[in-house]
Design a protein around this ligand. Structure first.
Ligand SMILES: *Cc1c(COP(=O)(O)O)cnc(C)c1O
Length: 481
């Protein structure tokens, strides 16, 4: 693969690129339940136009592009008002939930380094339902993640278990509003009391729900307080590229006050180049995402968001009723927003997901972990709302079809073969053997994913992680010619 000697015709390029999309998930059809949160063509056009308008501007230095500083401060201001947050709350625009979470963990770590330097090995307490981004932050920032079980009925954080997990090294507690997997809101008020009682910080991961939950409350859903109105909450993450329908690369990290936020900022005057002062992880960054977010918030407006929320609310209720009516499927927990998870005791859900794929739907399989059985997750987006009945009808057919498949002892075989495998000893041979058991001869994915999911589900988490990392390390290899 080489850079072509002569530049190519742009029409030809765009045509080729359009062709590359052939196998991509078709989210416009409303049959993809996850990944894309779209509020219709018009909002999408607004995002695109605003994005390209500020594509080239660089938010590296807010004093050089005051327009970008303005977008960022106004977007934070609008969200602050939406959450009815106190005057002192501040925040920044980031590239996504993961970056927001990383920054909140860094701010927590560094504020404790300043305040409690005797803590050399800081720990944060995570319900097992907390997003994996916290474990990523822990990994990058050398903070120890302490995983705590949740209720296996409600899938909400167990405050008592979290209290038990507090040690002299604890710096941060985490709760979700709601959790991604099950869509339930952790008991934030109690976590706030726990944090205050032990002089700890509390981050609320409202990445997926922070924007939408206030609308659900206005529609009459029983939404508990989850934000800065709860005493003890010190930081909060909220993604705009989910239920605010902004272009991807848009999230906020908010802090109760500037005193804590100052630990997020990085500056460096010890090199020969320009003075570096970064509020977020990225340094050079496009003005596109923040301009698009500003434009989309203003374009859709409060009434528009409320109307979208109404559709999501009703769609989710219908989905839950449909699952509850099924003899084979059970909801995991009682979802409080627009994310649901359901499992089965009578049929393999990974086969159900494959059967759904055969019928043109993308639904998300989730592996079992910490009391949560293997399940299927749906995130409802506005584009999915008209398709609830069709989805439920095909789900019933998929369950029936999956039940006809012969039982497999794959999970048991895999578990027996690899349970004691030391992840560090995952040689290329063992890797191929594992792929082979999942019916794969190379890193190319087969049509049916059930075997792969079963293998992943059956292995101990550390082995699954090594397997996934090995897979990705094989997948991202440039073409030879
Ligand atoms: C999506 C999500 C994240 C991570 O956000 P990214 O934008 O994918 O980095 C974190 N927490 C929750 C609850 C989420 O739903």
């Amino acid at each position: 693969m080489k850079i072509p000697k002569n530049g190519q015709d742009k029409e030809q390029l765009f045509k080729a690129m359009e062709g590359f999309r052939a196998d991509d998930a078709d989210w416009r059809s409303g049959r993809t339940w996850g990944y894309v949160y779209n509020a219709g063509r018009e909002a999408e056009e607004v995002a695109k136009q605003a994005y390209t308008m500020f594509l080239s501007e660089n938010a590296l230095d807010p004093t050089v592009y005051p327009s970008l500083l303005r977008f960022e401060n106004e977007v934070v201001g609008m969200v602050k008002a939406h959450l009815e947050a106190d005057e002192g709350v501040v925040g920044n625009f980031t590239s996504g939930g993961t970056e927001s979470i990383m920054l909140a963990v860094k701010a927590a770590r560094d504020s404790f380094r300043a305040r409690r330097p005797e803590i050399k090995e800081p720990e944060m307490i995570l319900p097992v339902t907390a997003h994996a981004a916290f474990q990523k932050a822990a990994h990058y920032l050398d903070v120890k993640p302490v995983l705590v079980p949740v209720s296996d009925q409600t899938f909400k954080a167990d405050v008592g278990a979290m209290e038990q997990a507090i040690t002299a090294n604890t710096i941060l507690l985490v709760g979700s509003a709601p959790s991604y997997a099950h869509g339930v809101v952790d008991p934030i008020e109690q976590l706030g009391q726990l944090a205050l009682g032990h002089d700890l910080l509390l981050h609320v991961d409202a990445c997926i729900g922070g924007f939408l939950l206030p609308y659900f409350r206005r529609l009459g859903a029983p939404v508990p307080d989850f934000d800065f109105r709860v005493p003890g909450v010190t930081s909060l993450s909220l993604d705009l590229h989910k239920y605010a329908y902004c272009a991807k690369g848009a999230s906020l990290v908010l802090y109760r006050d500037r005193e804590l936020r100052k630990h997020q900022v990085f500056s460096c005057a010890r090199w020969t180049g320009y003075s570096v002062v970064n509020s977020t992880v990225q340094s050079s960054k496009s003005g596109g995402p923040m301009a698009a977010a500003w434009a989309v918030l203003n374009f859709i407006g409060d009434d528009g968001y409320l109307e979208h929320a109404r559709g999501l609310y009703e769609a989710t209720q219908k989905l839950v009723a449909g699952i509850d009516a099924s003899e084979d499927l059970q909801m995991l927990g009682h979802p409080e927003m627009s994310l649901i998870a359901f499992a089965s005791d009578t049929v393999n859900v990974f086969h159900v997901a494959d059967e759904m794929a055969q019928r043109g739907w993308y639904v998300q399989p989730q592996l079992g972990f910490g009391g949560s059985k293997p399940n299927i997750h749906l995130s409802v987006a506005p584009s999915n709302v008209p398709w609830v009945e069709d989805l439920l009808a095909d789900l019933a057919k998929s369950v029936a079809a999956a039940k006809q498949l012969p039982p497999s002892d794959l999970a048991a075989t895999v578990a027996a073969t690899f349970t004691n495998l030391d992840p560090a000893a995952l040689t290329p041979e063992i890797f191929s053997q594992m792929l082979g058991m999942a019916g794969m001869t190379s890193v190319a994915l087969p049509d049916r994913m059930a075997d792969i999911n079963e293998v992943l589900d059956a292995l101990p988490a550390e082995v699954t992680e090594t397997l996934l990392s090995t897979f990705i390390n094989e997948l991202f290899v440039p073409p030879k010619d």
